[in-house]
Design a binder for this molecule. Structure first.
Ligand code: 0PR
Length: 388
């Protein structure tokens, strides 16, 4: 109900506090399937301090415009690209929609029935993008490690194909598709190729530095034309913070709409949203500047150490299965005998906030910074009790 007469701020705040007790907090460690975490404190300060700034009107906020360019520049640098063309976004979904919009628009003269080839391990936002954009998806198969099969991608290409999407850091298992092989196919067929690294972009480069896996997934692969990366996942930025980087201006141009009445730099918009938070962009900038690569490397190192503990605990219980030895800080846990739904219901009763992945059917554990070693031990202690 929207009352006629307002209530005092104190009462409003205490009412709100009461209702929000229902929420799970990251500090409790309970959201074990979440790709978001407690944002970095410096970022929170910046977010609150500059809350009113609008990235839909960068003509008015020229300093914020400069910071946005620097955020895109830093992310592109992390992904191995010197002269990027890109934009910040509200997250991985918007970035995937923009990538696929650019495919469709770039191929406008080629076909009226655009198709995109995507392995079946992709995030559901690719389905959402296809739905919104009137694009048909051709889903290609994956191998037994749930990685895209390059041959399957090539076979799915038709005369109406306008682009290929693959993933570096899949939602369900943290798997990395063979980006070099797919890039070669994209080049041979002269197709743009988008890599969804919404989760992986802030993890994979540091795995490489730490000697925990040498995966080539970025702009060093010549066939890759765009990559998405979400600071609001492993970048520790407050929500909303996403980014898409294009190698070539011609691809960004296809998603740039002229809005002349807004004037100046605001007269060109490449995002789906118009009015949008600039404070989360400034916050992302502050966190990335403050942590530097070394800060993120330390974070990834800690998360991977905790992931190894989770793997040990999973292997120690014969009632649990791991369809994939984790590549990064994401695990999919299956069960040998007890139905997954039953286990998840019992875990929810014990206060865990769980998620069941459909492919393969597993419980997802994302070892974000709030999922500490003691959280992992408590989690597996509860699983062990339920499974005996
Ligand atoms: N691409 C990949 C590979 C993703 O994993 C996700 C999100 C997206 C794109 C879309 O990103 P946005 O959610 O920023 O638009 N994956 C998570 C998921 O669907 C999102 C999530 C986050 C889920 C927090 C739960 C949660 O508590 O599983």
């Amino acid at each position: 109900m929207f009352e006629e007469k307002g209530i005092s701020a104190d009462v409003v705040l205490s009412d709100l506090r009461g209702v929000l007790q229902e929420d799970c907090t990251y500090e409790s460690g309970r959201p074990v399937a979440s790709m978001s975490t407690t944002p970095h404190q410096l970022g929170v300060r910046v977010l609150v301090e500059y809350l009113e700034k609008n990235a839909g009107r960068l003509h008015t906020f020229q300093g914020s415009a400069q910071i946005e360019r620097e955020v895109v520049g830093m992310i592109a640098d992390l992904l191995g690209l010197e002269n990027p063309h890109g934009t910040t976004t509200s997250g991985g979904t918007e970035s995937n929609i923009l990538a696929m919009l650019s495919f469709r628009e770039y191929a406008k003269r080629k076909t009226d029935s655009p198709e995109v080839v995507v392995p079946k391990n992709a995030h559901s936002s690719v389905d959402k993008a296809a739905w919104l954009l009137g694009i048909k998806l051709r889903k290609s198969p994956v191998d037994k490690e749930f990685k895209a099969l390059p041959g399957g991608i090539e076979r799915a290409i038709t005369k109406d194909t306008v682009g290929i999407v693959a993933t570096a850091g899949t939602t369900y298992l943290g798997q990395i598709d063979p980006i070099e092989k797919i890039g070669a196919i994209a080049e041979a067929h002269e197709l743009p190729f988008h890599v969804d690294a919404a989760f992986g972009a802030f993890v994979i480069p540091f795995l490489r530095d730490l000697g925990l896996g040498n995966f080539t997934f970025d702009f060093s692969v010549s066939g890759v034309t765009s990559i998405s990366a979400d600071p609001h996942k492993m970048g520790l930025a407050p929500i909303p913070s996403g980014c898409i980087v294009f190698r070539n201006k011609k691809h960004l141009d296809t998603i740039t709409l002229k809005v002349p009445y807004l004037g100046g730099i605001s007269a060109k918009q490449s995002t789906i949203l118009a009015t949008r938070s600039a404070s989360s962009i400034l916050s992302t900038w502050a966190i990335m500047k403050h942590l530097g690569r070394s800060g993120y490397r330390t974070l990834v190192s800690q998360c991977m150490k905790t992931t190894r503990l989770a793997v040990e605990r999973a292997h120690a219980n014969p009632e649990l299965t791991l369809p994939l030895e984790p590549v990064m800080n994401i695990l999919g846990l299956g069960t040998t005998n007890m139905p997954l739904d039953h286990v998840v219901d019992r875990m929810e009763e014990r206060g865990w906030s769980m998620a069941i992945s459909p492919f393969p059917r597993t419980m997802r554990v994302v070892v974000m910074p709030h999922v500490t070693e003691s959280v992992v031990n408590e989690f597996f202690n509860d699983l062990d009790k339920i499974l005996t």
